[in-house]
Design a protein around this ligand. Sequence first.
Ligand SMILES: Nc1ncnc2c1ncn2[C@@H]1O[C@H](COP(=O)(O)OP(=O)(O)OP(=O)(O)O)[C@@H](O)[C@H]1O
Length: 122
Amino acid sequence: MDFKRMFRSFRFAGKGLYQLALQENNAKFHLLATVLVLMGGGYFHLNTVEWCLVTFAIVLVWAAEAINTALEVLCDRISTQKDPMIGKVKDLAAGGVLVCAMGAFAVGVFIFGPRILAFFQG
Ligand SMILES: Nc1ncnc2c1ncn2[C@@H]1O[C@H](COP(=O)(O)OP(=O)(O)OP(=O)(O)O)[C@@H](O)[C@H]1O
């Protein structure tokens, strides 16, 4: 097992995530949502299962966004001309992010919805 090589891979992956979070517009929104959800989770004292679900939802959206961005970069590298196949690849990748984001939103509604309602009803 080559730990040095493994550590190097982590560094590259971290660099990718850093670029994603700071340079991609959608990812900035995910970052804000992630921070708010983590703060909300702390405030409402989520239980272990709820934390697992919230963590899974957050991770899924970030992974989908990273793959979508990678495909966009690759597509733009292949061709900047209008090309129906490039458009299709980008639309499919964006669809993948949307499905994950909708799932994450549903998890958020199920977990935080009743608590937020109770909070405002006093
Ligand atoms: N080269 C292309 N050929 C055909 N259609 C394209 C091409 N580039 C983009 N499109 C269409 O425009 C949409 C938006 O593409 P774009 O690359 O601007 O991504 P985006 O959704 O705006 O993401 P971001 O804001 O992260 O750049 C695509 O989903 C696709 O339908």
